[in-house]
Design a protein around this ligand. Structure first.
Ligand code: PRP
Ligand code: URA
Length: 208
């Protein structure tokens, strides 16, 4: 199984606040961002390090630094933007690419409306950000586009995952490690996660 469910009391507490109907958009945004920071901490646990020679005020030593090219963060628009600042808190030098996908509300199929990535994707670790993994259609399509563009090392960070979405990514992209804060029960007939938190994009941006 390629899925890590983050198990941490602070994350559980914040996800519960996120789910509540009466959590205002300004608090919702802060919570998504805070959870994203904690998820990024976990998802970067295995980053490769290299030795670097440095001088402290007292002597020379060999320290460790993250090896290779800067990571790329790819929020899936719109709702993925809600996670971006939280991850940049931890990785301020990361590059940022954007994929605009919207689910057709009838067919639930993702429609691409924007794509813009930094250079040399094939040499970089990529973290795809989207708070919601429902059918998995959007995340799977985003990963397809990234792979077609040369990405080889991709991780997917979602706050809530439905079993259907997790299974879809594990099937379509067995090489992609998935990180979710909580695994929910199922999807309803409209493709919404139950118990879920509603429409993440609308709650982050106070639309509808
Ligand atoms: C939501 C969410 C995911 C997608 C998940 O986006 O942010 O991208 O649905 O559903 P799936 O796993 O079934 O594809 P939405 O299409 O509502 O767009 P938005 O982020 O612009 O609100
Ligand atoms: N997208 C959302 O924003 N919420 C869901 O429950 C499913 C997809």
């Amino acid at each position: 199984m390629n899925t890590t469910i983050l198990s941490h009391p602070i994350i559980s507490h914040k996800v519960t606040l996120l789910r509540k109907t009466d959590t205002a958009s300004k608090d919702f945004r802060i919570l998504v961002s805070e959870i994203a920071t904690m998820m990024a901490y976990e998802a970067t646990r295995d980053l490769e390090l290299q030795d670097v020679s440095i001088t402290t005020p007292l002597q020379q030593m060999t320290g460790k630094e993250i090896a290779g090219k800067k990571l790329v963060l790819v929020p899936i628009l719109r709702a993925g933007l809600g996670m971006l600042d939280g991850v940049l808190t931890l990785l301020p030098s990361a590059r940022v690419g954007h994929i605009g996908l919207a689910r057709d509300h009838e067919t639930l199929q993702p429609i691409k409306y924007y794509y813009n990535m930094p250079k040399e994707l094939d040499k970089r670790d990529v973290l795809v950000l989207d708070p919601m993994l429902a059918t998995g259609g959007s995340a799977s399509a985003a990963i397809d586009f990234l792979k077609a563009d040369g990405c080889k090392r991709i991780k997917l960070l979602c706050v809530l995952g439905a079993p259907e979405g997790v299974a879809r990514i594990e099937k379509d992209h067995p090489d992609v490690q998935i990180y979710i804060a909580e695994l929910d029960e199922r999807l309803n007939e409209h493709g919404y996660i139950l118990p879920g938190l509603g429409d993440a994009g609308d709650r982050i941006f106070a639309t509808k």
